[in-house]
Design a protein around this ligand. Structure first.
Ligand SMILES: Cc1cc2nc3c(=O)[nH]c(=O)nc-3n(C[C@H](O)[C@H](O)[C@H](O)COP(=O)(O)OP(=O)(O)OC[C@H]3O[C@@H](n4cnc5c(N)ncnc54)[C@H](O)[C@@H]3O)c2cc1C
Length: 773
């Protein structure tokens, strides 16, 4: 993802700024992607299922049914997710928005009591609230929050920022203290075997079974799982009082004044998030009675957190485990119909194919040293600053290299760097964590689950099912603890079970038969033995054993330092750059993070070549000149429209509707030519385009204002001094708004009715699109 995103961005920048390159006497550089595998997409892999149904669901338009092996969930399209631009704006891919209501089933197959479920979740969140006080003090930006009104009006506040400088300095000091607490320690890697597939011979048909339980809102979603939303608020009540307010009954003899103390656990050398959370659970257990079911529920939440981080919480930094908190996108989590891999494919192919060479397994990167000095060893024969050596013995010369090789592969030492990477780069490679999440993907002839639900949870028990010992829960809690119904996006009735934490590593060793038998028995416990057949096809991922990823994604290892992700991103010398999910501390371990890191690396290289990209100052044109530009554009547009009508001979300026208003509308509506080309191209792509419903949800005032625009404009004109020119749209809008305020209820009514009718229509259209998705 990072590599293709970077290549596409560089390709575009070079095309867009050809004049700058020419001025510097440079030819347009070649951008080449070198990929070790025989496919593109890396950890975004929508693998074709072997069993393709003869009669595909009429609403599934894709050419093949797939299993999502890796990245799968788009974590909300709003608040700046770049995937929004790619998926909805440029590639126009169909997607399914996930429902956040889900049911958690207990070991006996019954849904967990909603009240108890909520109480335990609150208790777990209280644990995280309390450990959050040990988090790294991330430096605050100089401006924390601007004045929303000023931002909307694109104006600067005269004195912004000064209030937060003191807190910035305070944080910087705290951060240095944390950084000194650790030395580099870390080393873990797993055995090798292939990602595998299993297809039992005997298919089975089953009767669909209704799930009647209500379901719960899944815990606030973090990254692509549903982990705890970091609270960042200090505990203000004693632990006992807090538990009481959450509905827990205190043990006899426990007073409301009783608190818990996590400082001793947090100050033990080598402390981790897990060790302190477990201490918190133990201390909470002294205040209230926790049953075995409570432990199962608590450990379900821990498994969920381990899913987010692809590692046992005992191997997460207490100080930095949620370093990206606060950067989440907004909007519903979604999955791409026909597979997430359409996104890297789109990056590779649209609007023109990039140069991608597959099966080029990199063995060595010789980059001339951090200062770009002459190349040692084999590279003396080459003139270029970087030489890449492949496993088959061939070499490739480059001016610049962006290394997007996953952190797991770097940790494993599969790629040699000449000269070796400096210590400031090796430190973060060692300290950052890199764990594994695995999936068991099961397809069936018929669904036997509630097809209207997207997610359900299943509690897991330790070897001793009545155990009240927290330690015993770690091994099994992540085994098939969360299930996704992905029928709508894969094209066949399909469930995906997640294997998180220790269970993910165990899955790499277990046989397919064992895993599938266990998954079937978990499903039978929930849906009834008679209803759950053997799957017709099953796929088990083994990401730790995959030589091109050696795990799933990065995390905050126990010894991580605050700026480790930033150090991973920094280039070594001028010619060796880095990108990938492990190089972006604001959005690590995600597809969008990988993509953003690719954009960042592209701008670094572009700047190396042609200097900084000029950002217009001021970034936003002041109001008056915006108006003048718009006016100029309108005039130009009118002139063009007149000219083209005149030349075709079919119309003249007065009869053909080329009034200033029409011209204004056409300026607003007409997409730029490149956009049109992209749209035209993407419409032809196999993934199929889902059209956005036209916006029909105007407010009554907007409708009123549109209908009365001319009238208001005339009023404005009449009150203007002669020679002052026509009124600006702002001035007209000020009048329409005055007219609206003065309008009686009767006058407003028709607009209110029309707005409500439009809103219903819009809602119906959205629902229809959602159903189709
Ligand atoms: C099971 C799983 C579930 C996930 N779920 C989600 C999710 O729901 N949402 C989300 O946002 N993210 C998810 N992620 C994380 C996301 O997929 C990754 O963060 C992202 O795809 C990483 O992109 P990248 O470009 O950094 O690395 P990659 O996509 O791994 O790209 C690195 C490339 O380098 C190549 N390579 C490796 N070694 C060599 C070599 N020696 N020579 C040549 N090429 C080499 C690889 O083949 C690969 O193509 C998930 C990941 C996994 C594994």
């Amino acid at each position: 993802m990072a590599g293709l995103g970077c290549a596409r961005q560089l390709h575009n920048l070079f095309k867009q700024h050809g004049d700058l390159l020419a001025k510097l006497g440079l030819e347009e550089p070649n951008v080449i992607v070198l990929e070790g595998r025989s496919r593109i997409g890396g950890r975004v892999y929508s693998r074709s299922l072997q069993v393709q149904p003869r009669h595909r669901h009429p609403e599934f338009h894709q050419s093949r049914c797939i299993a999502e092996m890796g990245g799968m969930v788009v974590t909300g399209f709003d608040r700046g997710n770049p995937m929004n631009v790619l998926i909805r704006g440029q590639l126009g891919l169909g997607y399914h928005a996930l429902l956040s209501t889900a049911t958690i089933y207990d070991i006996d197959g019954n849904p967990v009591d909603a009240k108890r479920d909520r109480m335990v979740e609150d208790l777990f969140n209280e644990c995280l609230d309390r450990v959050s006080k040990y988090k790294f003090k991330v430096p605050l930006p100089k401006i924390i929050e601007g004045n929303r009104d000023y931002i909307d009006q694109r104006r600067d506040l005269p004195s912004e920022g000064h209030q937060t400088i003191a807190s910035v300095e305070e944080n910087a000091a705290a951060q240095k203290q944390h950084a000194r607490r650790f030395d580099d320690v870390e080393a873990v890697e797993r055995q090798i075997s292939e990602q595998s597939q299993f297809a039992p011979a005997t298919p089975n048909l089953v009767r669909e079974r209704e799930t009647t339980c209500e379901g719960r809102e899944m815990p606030a979603i973090k990254r692509f799982s549903q982990a705890h939303q970091p609270p960042n608020k200090p505990a203000t009540m004693t632990a006992a009082l807090k538990l009481k307010t959450l509905g827990w009954k205190l043990k006899p003899g426990v007073g409301e004044e009783q608190d818990i103390d996590l400082d001793p656990a947090a100050s033990v050398p080598g402390t981790t998030l897990g060790s302190v959370v477990e201490d918190a659970i133990r201390q909470f257990g002294d205040l209230v009675d926790l049953s075995a079911q409570d432990f199962r529920l608590l450990n379900w939440h821990i498994a969920n957190l381990e899913y987010s981080n692809a590692v046992n919480h005992d191997r997460l930094s207490l100080f930095g485990w949620d370093i990206d908190a606060g950067n989440e996108w907004e909007g519903k989590h979604s999955m791409i119909i026909g597979g997430y891999q359409s996104v890297p494919r789109g990056l590779m192919l649209c609007p023109t194919p990039l140069h991608v060479r597959k099966q080029m397994v990199v063995k060595k990167v010789s980059y001339g040293g951090p200062d770009g000095a002459s190349l040692p060893g084999i590279c003396k024969a080459h003139k270029s600053p970087v030489v890449i050596e492949f496993e088959d013995g061939s070499t490739f010369d480059a001016d610049y290299v962006v290394n997007t090789i996953p952190l797991g592969v770097l940790k494993h030492g599969d790629v040699e760097f000449d000269p070796p990477l400096p210590q400031w780069k090796l430190g973060p490679i060692t300290r950052l964590g890199y764990g594994v999440l695995n999936k068991i993907i099961l397809t069936y002839r018929q669904p036997f689950w509630d097809t209207n639900r997207d997610i359900f949870g299943v509690l897991r028990e330790p070897d001793n099912r009545f155990s009240l010992d927290q330690e015993q829960y770690a091994k099994h809690r992540g085994r098939m603890f969360q299930w996704f119904n992905v029928t709508k996006t894969t094209g066949v009735p399909c469930l995906i079970a997640l294997m998180a934490g220790d269970a993910a590593l165990d899955a790499e060793k277990d046989s397919n038969d064992k895993l599938i038998a266990e998954a079937t028995s978990v499903l039978q416990s929930v849906f009834g033995a008679q209803n759950v057949p053997e799957p017709i096809e099953a796929v088990v991922t083994r990401w730790a054993s995959d030589r091109f990823s050696r795990g799933s994604y990065s995390s905050a290892g126990p010894a991580m330092q605050l700026d480790d992700y930033d150090a991973m991103a920094r280039p070594v010398g001028r010619h060796l750059h880095f990108a990938g999910e492990h190089t972006i501390g604001t959005h690590p371990a995600t597809v969008h993070g990988a993509y953003l890191s690719g954009l960042r690396a592209a701008s670094e290289i572009f700047e190396e070549l042609v200097g900084p990209i000029k950002v217009p100052v001021p970034l936003f044109t002041p109001k008056r000149s915006v108006m003048r530009t718009t006016k100029r554009k309108l005039t130009l547009d009118e002139e063009r429209a007149t000219a083209s009508n005149g030349s075709s001979g079919s119309n003249n300026a007065n009869s053909g509707g080329n009034t200033p208003n029409d011209a204004r509308a056409s300026v607003r509506r007409r997409p730029e030519v490149p956009e049109l080309r992209v749209e035209e191209h993407t419409l032809k792509q196999p993934a199929g385009r889902r059209q956005q419903p036209p916006r029909l949800d105007d407010s009554p005032y907007e409708l009123f204002s549109e209908a009365n625009y001319q009238r208001a404009s005339k009023i404005c004109e009449q009150s203007r001094r002669p020679g002052k020119g026509p009124p600006t749209p702002e001035e007209v809008r000020a009048v329409t708004s005055k007219m609206w305020r003065k309008a009686s209820i009767e006058e407003r009514l028709p607009y209110a009715e029309e707005a409500s009718e439009r809103s219903d229509k819009y809602e119906a259209l959205v629902q229809k699109l959602l159903r189709e998705a």
